[in-house]
Design a binder for this molecule. Sequence first.
Ligand code: F6R
Length: 368
Amino acid sequence: EKDGYDWFMRKEIFEQPHAVADSLLGRRDAEGRLQLDEMRLADEELRDIDKIIIIACGTSFYAGMVAKYAIEHWTRTPVEVELASEFRYRDPIIDSTTLVVAISQSGETADTLQAIMHARAQRAKVLAICNTNGASIPRESDAVIYTHAGPEIGVASTKGLLTQLVACYLLALYIAQVKGTRYGDEIEDIMAQLEAMPDHIRTVLDGAEQVYELARAHVGTRSVLFLGRHAGYPVALEGALKLKELAYIHAEGFAAGELKHGPIALIEDGLPVLCVVPPRGRDHLHEKMLSGIQEVRARGARTICLAEAGDTSIEPYADHLIRLPKVPVLLQPLVACVPLQLFACELATAMGHDVDQPRNLAKSVTVE
Ligand code: F6R
């Protein structure tokens, strides 16, 4: 059932173009308007929503961080993202115009389930983004967006994450459509860009061998840092989590702008720093990221940069360069996560670890 792959995880990484395409399937009606089958929240209810709180754990939490950028940008609705395990304990401000979005691949994560019970008790509307039909979390929610990743067997989430991202973008666009914060043709443009993503992910996967080689060259590495900005920040956190859980290597992700507020003290000669470079655009994100990369390199870091095709400005500062397809900044996580998955999977494998069953971890965490 591994279809010739050595690990479920690797198989699932390579299934991502398909999984993303499946998660986009059937989301538009004959007129091209977005429709979400299991939405079950009336347009009036959605229009009344004045705050969104996203709750999730681990990798799903990082999907939530990306969702915040997309939802706020496209819908102008304020979004908080909170670790499910922390949510209940801070006396969150919730009422009937709050939409709580719970993101969970398994649908059984106890922390997330308890958090939505708490939200419901305070009359919030709850929407689940889930990959498992009929699991506890969608059962306890008012509405569901199912991701169509298919069963995820490897303990580390891969296609689960990418399809969660798709669901988050769809939710954001749906709210934009209902609230009228984005015009139909804009929504169609973004949908078209989303529909191009499976091909872009395939392009990244075609370059797997380069990432594998780089990964194998890192056997013996004791620590790796990950830097990102904007939607690339959660990608950096995800890259670090994958490396911790699979290769048992100390890894940390930082928002690149925070470097100078402390983490830059960690940089020493030869330290690998993986940098998720935002696409070049109108704002100054790209330039800011570049200067962050120069800073760490000047202090001896060895930089591995993920940057879009055609971005030559990065070349002088990258010890290794992994190219990403040219996509909008908000959608970049869909391509940028993939080399980081490949990197962690290959490095862990080269170290002789079981990537499908990493030590101390379980696929569904049903205890709080
Ligand atoms: C990391 C990973 C975990 C899960 C987390 C939440 O690779 O798989 O961090 O993302 O335990 O699980 P779900 O999404 O099932 O609630």
